[in-house]
Design a protein around this ligand. Structure first.
Ligand code: C2O
Length: 476
């Protein structure tokens, strides 16, 4: 029965009365027209490849305008859709990817219905190849404009966060948690950001800002196209590059109950079903920096492989920790010195070694205004925001994205404690570089955190405070 979800907006299953068909038997034969429809499932395209008058763009505008015009009693109403995010979105955990995938899936089907364009497929904004907010989102009177944005049409996203080298580094991760964020037990627990979420994903929210800086961000139509490329990168990592998702039943069987379908009726969907969307329900124009096609070309085997997943763990065979509150400011980068046993790193430093060194920056208090992001340097205590990211000590970056809009506190009311988050940074490549240069012999690692302001942003401050630094040696 669950497979019905995959086809909910297509009529063929209803037509053949085959709601109980599983994908697996479908490939084996029996339903030629089903296979045909799957083969021709809608293609989600790069918005940069669409002419301004392309029907996809027009349909997206029509759909957004229609959703804005719906009464708030209708779950498809524009603000209602954003409230689903505000009230339920998982961030900093392993349901980040599947939840947002399902959110987009139902949103897309609403757009299809309300625009009347049966062939509509949500386009994506590929900020790696087009680092400015694309033209279709600008222009007064345009339903795709959000006037709260801080970025302008000529703002350019930072290549250290979204450029091809960074995206390749992320796509080359083989560990599910490093890629897709850490395991959690509840939907909204912030367990720790993996690199896709913590770096380009969070960064783009802060880059666009306005509505995009908080959990009502789906009010900005660019939100959906931003998440669409995140989803496409997950497809690239998982299906094209053949990296399995976790097989943990707590992940796969978790059910999302927050969405409404194209008629505004509540729906629920299991995580494991979302894993199959890209082979049944839509496909992507390639979005990764290098072209790839699916590792497993046989559809039936691919489905089996996707359903199965593989054991994933992020366990450290050795950990070196510094527990100490550190506050970094724009004018005053800060960090800590972690005592390590250089011996323990030998397996990490061998170029053929399978071990990885993973830095956890933990108990980071999310600043109230997300007007800075953070660069991490190793063994460069004098690093500043002027230090080039070409510097061999540069190890990675992360950004903030959080929370319901901060309400102007009532007078006399204590400020609530800021939520905290943890970030994972694979520092293996940096340690290898430093080792080759002969500068990695001492029994300590200096970790320096450099807050960097977003380009052309009035700076309102902000210190970045964290409670724990850890370098762990992971064996996958
Ligand atoms: Cu739940 Cu990019 O947002």
């Amino acid at each position: 029965m669950e497979d019905q979800n995959l086809f909910s907006r297509r009529d063929f299953l209803r037509g053949v009365g085959a709601a109980s068909i599983t994908g697996l038997t479908l490939w084996a034969g029996g339903c030629e027209s089903c296979r045909n429809q799957i083969e021709h499932r809608p293609t989600r395209r790069n918005i940069a490849n669409l002419a301004p008058n392309d029907p996809i763009i027009q349909s997206y505008k029509d759909a957004v305008a229609a959703m804005k015009a719906l009464p708030s009693s209708d779950g498809r109403n524009w603000t209602k859709q954003a409230e689903i995010h505000q009230n339920h979105c998982p961030h900093g955990n392993w349901w980040f990817l599947p939840w947002h995938r399902a959110y987009l899936f139902y949103f897309e089907s609403i757009c299809r219905k309300l625009s009347g364009n049966k062939d509509f497929a949500l386009p994506y904004w590929n900020w790696t190849s087009s680092p400015s907010i694309p033209a279709p989102f600008w222009g007064s009177g345009n339903p795709l404009l959000d006037t709260t944005r801080v970025a302008t049409q000529s703002s350019v996203a930072d290549s250290s966060m979204v450029g091809p080298a960074k995206i390749m580094e992320i796509l080359n991760l083989t560990n599910f948690f490093l890629f897709a964020s850490k395991a959690a037990t509840t939907q909204r627990q912030n367990a720790g950001y993996g690199m896709l979420e913590g770096t380009p994903h969070n960064y783009i929210h802060g880059f666009v800002c306005g509505d995009m800086c908080a959990y009502m961000s789906p009010l900005d139509p660019v939100f959906w196209c931003h998440h669409n490329v995140i989803d496409c990168l997950w497809v690239d990592w998982n299906i094209n590059r053949g990296n399995p998702n976790t097989d943990d039943a707590n992940w796969a069987n978790f059910e999302f109950t927050d969405f409404v379908d194209e008629n505004g009726n509540p729906v629920s969907v299991k995580t494991i079903i979302t894993v199959l969307y890209p082979i049944f329900s839509y496909q992507y124009e390639p979005c990764g920096p290098t072209m790839m096609s699916p590792k497993i070309s046989d559809k039936r085997l691919l489905e089996e492989w996707l359903r199965k997943g593989a054991p994933a763990k992020l366990e450290f065979v050795k950990r070196f920790e510094l527990r100490q509150s550190v506050s970094a400011e724009l004018s005053k980068p800060a960090g800590g010195t972690i005592k390590v046993e250089p011996e323990a790193f030998r397996s990490v430093l061998e170029s053929a070694g399978k071990d990885k060194a993973v830095l956890t920056v933990d108990e980071v208090e999310i600043p109230e205004k997300q007007d800075v992001f953070v660069r991490v340097f190793i063994n460069k205590p004098d690093a500043s925001s002027a230090t080039s990211i070409e510097d061999q000590h540069y190890a990675g970056s992360f950004a903030f994205f959080c929370c319901p809009e901060v309400s102007k506190g009532q007078p006399g009311m204590a400020m609530p404690a800021r939520p905290k988050a943890g970030y994972l940074v694979d520092v293996t490549p940096t340690l290898r570089k430093l080792n080759q240069g002969g500068s990695l012999s001492s029994p300590q690692l200096d970790v320096t955190l450099v807050p960097v302001p977003y380009e052309n942003r009035p700076i309102v401050s902000q210190r970045v405070t964290l409670g724990r630094l850890e370098v762990g040696i992971a064996r996958f």
